[in-house]
Design a protein around this ligand. Structure first.
Ligand SMILES: Nc1ncnc2c1ncn2[C@@H]1O[C@H](COP(=O)(O)OP(=O)(O)O)[C@@H](O)[C@H]1O
Ligand SMILES: [Mg+2]
Length: 356
């Protein structure tokens, strides 16, 4: 290959910045397998997440960058993704094989935390990420119902095999309980159960493990928050003031534990009346965005109150599995922003290259 042209291509790619990570593609090691054949340049761009919301923009920037070279006639870009291993924050030891664990939390119950977790999980998996969900909500382990997963996980060679549903690997505290039996979880019991779910389960390699946390900042939440090794937390809220007050408490709990809040999602944001298309703001609207701005965390998006979402949850087929439903796109967008927030955090924390 023509070394001079290769050098020119590398120099051109050093002028192309990732729109979110704000570093150039060479520094980020995102431009690989460069081949030059006369005036034809082909390369692989390795994104930091398959759920990258700005892949078209990156594609455009690479073309603009390379077309600055007068000898370039055509550019062929192969886009792939490789989720990078994030350092785990907080006090717990990381789980081998899991690149990024995210706690999904809420200030109170019933705001749609579990619904959001399963739909974001499905959205990430549909875009090609390997995804697991750990149901750690001691008060309401509902993930198996919402993913339509029944049956008990099997143990093989001392490891528990997670159940698979809609392309997601799943483990739940609910699998360890008798159906309908009341349970009172106390600190040590939570510690034992969660330790088993994290360490005795054969998760394999996962890009993202979403952890459905108990709501609020009570004893169980706090014990769990100290036990799960996570890259960050995502907080779900409805728009009204009372819910947001609890959100602020939740944010401060995570911050005290040294876990960054990746962003806030507003659920049940508004309702579109199917009869006439009019919009009703049943719980108010926009409160979560305002709260996010006030405390300086990212607002990741809003999900409306929609019967299809409720039906998807009750039937075990999350709405995000149905590409024709507009809610699938809404969840995909939030999943993309969350994945981008993780990539950004990982890049911020990455060790600088040693100076030669
Ligand atoms: N955006 C939404 N539109 C319609 N129903 C929803 C929505 N989000 C959640 N629900 C429904 O509200 C109920 C509570 O949601 P859930 O996810 O179980 O909340 P949490 O996990 O916070 O307790 C469920 O029946 C769920 O199907
Ligand atoms: Mg729940």
């Amino acid at each position: 290959m023509d070394q001079q042209r290769l050098d020119q291509v590398m120099d051109a790619l050093r002028t192309v910045e990732d729109p979110e990570l704000h570093k150039d593609l060479v520094t980020l090691n995102m431009a690989r397998d460069i081949e030059i054949d006369g005036g034809n340049v082909s390369l692989t761009v390795v994104l930091t997440t398959p759920a990258c919301p700005l892949r078209d923009e990156i594609d455009r920037r690479v073309r603009v960058g390379l077309q600055q070279l007068d000898w370039v006639e055509s550019v062929h870009i192969n886009m792939t993704a490789e989720v990078r291993q994030g350092p785990m924050m907080g006090e717990a030891a990381p789980i081998p094989g899991i690149k990024n664990a995210v706690a999904v939390a809420s200030g109170k119950g019933g705001v749609g935390k579990t619904t959001t977790t399963v739909n974001l999980g499905v959205a990430l998996a549909r875009q090609g990420a390997s995804v697991g969900i750990l149901d750690a909500d001691v008060y309401g382990p509902n993930i198996p119902i919402m993913l339509g997963a029944d049956g008990a996980p099997m143990t093989m060679a001392g490891k528990i095999a997670p159940i698979e549903a809609h392309g997601i690997k799943l483990m739940s505290l609910g699998f360890m309980l008798e159906e309908g039996a009341p349970v009172i979880w106390r600190g040590p019991m939570i510690g034992g159960a969660i330790g088993q779910l994290l360490n005795d389960v054969d998760w394999g390699e996962l890009d993202y493990l979403l952890i459905d946390m108990p709501p609020g900042t009570g004893d169980a939440s706090l014990s769990l928050a100290q036990l799960v090794p996570v890259a960050g937390t995502l907080i779900v809220s409805t728009p009204q003031a009372v819910a947001l007050q609890d959100v602020l408490r939740s944010i401060s709990m995570w911050e005290k534990l040294g876990v960054p809040v990746l962003g806030l999602v507003e659920n049940m944001s508004y309702f579109v009346n199917p009869a006439d298309g009019s919009r009703l703001e049943i719980f108010g609207h926009g409160g979560a965005r305002e709260a996010a701005e006030k405390v300086g965390i990212e607002f990741l998006g809003e999900i409306s109150l929609d019967q299809a979402i409720r039906i998807g949850g009750d039937s075990g087929t999350p709405v995000a599995t149905d590409e024709s439903n507009p809610q699938a796109a809404a969840y995909a967008e939030i999943a993309g922003r969350m994945a981008a927030a993780i990539s950004i955090k990982n890049e911020e924390r990455a060790e600088p290259l040693p100076m030669l």
